[in-house]
Write a protein that binds this ligand. Structure first.
Ligand code: SF4
Length: 333
């Protein structure tokens, strides 16, 4: 079975953007792959964050993932900092990664431009990503287009390390770029993202979904109910495609073009369909939230399974690096 590795930031509960864009895909991959899903808390600390919220956000993310269908019997779900070999291997990889390669990463260039003082952690983020994936010798990394460059760097790091320390030790993982699902936020412009405040929470109740959808941007040509619109340029129509049945999607397009209904009517139907589609996830999340120890236990078991693989990889790495094996402490006589 091919092995898959994916990481997600501990940003609290999932929103429908990361559910449709990534998590739904991971749930499907569980059937035919050996999956490792990691909540990457060490990545999260490379940017401004609130330390007092990190623990809660990590648990909320784990709860959301389990509620969304990640099955701990089939997927190793764990927290990055619970497996210290990630940062250990990152350091090993730093020793073979040219700084120039890191400086030309598009995401680094974007983010560093917005910072007064650029932190080394931001620059070395892709090296930690390489360690995350190669620690488990994963074959496949499901990514969006914006992460393909980072998978190429992982392959480059694997090649450089293998060339110096042992051909074939690390496989070169493949990027699995699925059908592009770039979920646009409620502002109708940018990718859905918590930091932009343009999201709908995956666990939101029906009333909250409606309150979020009601002011969402639509086709600006529809100033009044009588102005016809163009569904293809409206994000509400896009969202209907994920949550409404085919007949409704057709009806939306037709009523939009002919001004057969207003945008609020259209959004009301979307809100109802979305709330119904997400109801089972919301219910599973409520059950999990009532038993927080269960989520912690799943993460502990996941970390134990991950560490078995991570320890074996690091043992091979240490041997190839020529490090002294630590001696035993003699028992007092
Ligand atoms: S009717 Fe629906 S698809 Fe058309 S502009 Fe309004 S919200 Fe968008």
């Amino acid at each position: 079975m091919p092995r898959v590795f994916s990481g997600i930031q501990p940003s609290g509960e999932l929103h429908i953007g990361n559910y449709l864009g990534a998590v739904q895909r991971w749930v499907a991959l569980q059937d035919q792959h050996e999956c490792f899903i990691c909540i990457v808390d060490y990545h999260a600390i490379t940017q401004e964050y609130d330390a007092s919220l990190l623990e809660t956000r990590t648990l909320d993310m784990a709860t959301s993932l389990l509620a969304a269908g990640i099955d701990p019997d089939r997927t190793v779900l764990f927290v990055q900092s619970h497996v210290p070999e990630h940062t250990e291997l990152c350091w090993v990889f730093m020793a073979v990664t040219p700084v120039g390669e890191l400086e030309r990463m598009t995401q680094f260039k974007d983010k560093s431009q917005r910072q007064e003082s650029v932190l080394a952690g931001l620059m070395s983020y892709p090296v930690l990503q390489a360690a995350d994936v190669l620690l488990y010798k994963a074959d496949v990394v499901p990514v969006g287009e914006d992460q393909v460059q980072h998978v190429e760097l992982m392959r480059e790091i694997a090649r450089k390390w293998n060339a110096r320390y042992g051909q074939g030790f690390f496989p070169e993982p493949q990027a699995l770029v699925g059908e592009a699902k770039r979920i646009v936020g409620l502002d109708g412009q940018a990718k859905m993202s918590k930091s932009l405040g343009n999201t709908i929470g995956l666990l939101d109740d029906p009333e909250s979904i409606w309150q979020r959808l009601r002011p969402a941007k639509t086709d600006p040509a529809r100033v009044t109910k009588n102005d016809p619109g163009t569904p293809e340029i409206c994000n509400i129509y896009e969202l209907h495609k994920y949550f409404s049945p085919p007949k409704t999607i057709e009806e939306v397009a037709q009523k939009c073009r002919t001004a057969g209904w207003g945008c609020l009517d259209c959004k009301r139907v979307l809100a109802e369909n979305m709330a119904a589609a997400l109801a089972p996830i919301r219910e599973r999340a409520a059950t999990l939230k009532a038993k927080p120890d269960l989520v912690r236990e799943v993460l502990a078991q996941g970390a134990a399974r991950a560490r078995e693989v991570a320890r074996e990889t690091m043992q091979g790495v240490r041997e190839r690096l020529g490090l002294l094996v630590p001696g035993e402490v003699a028992a007092p006589s």
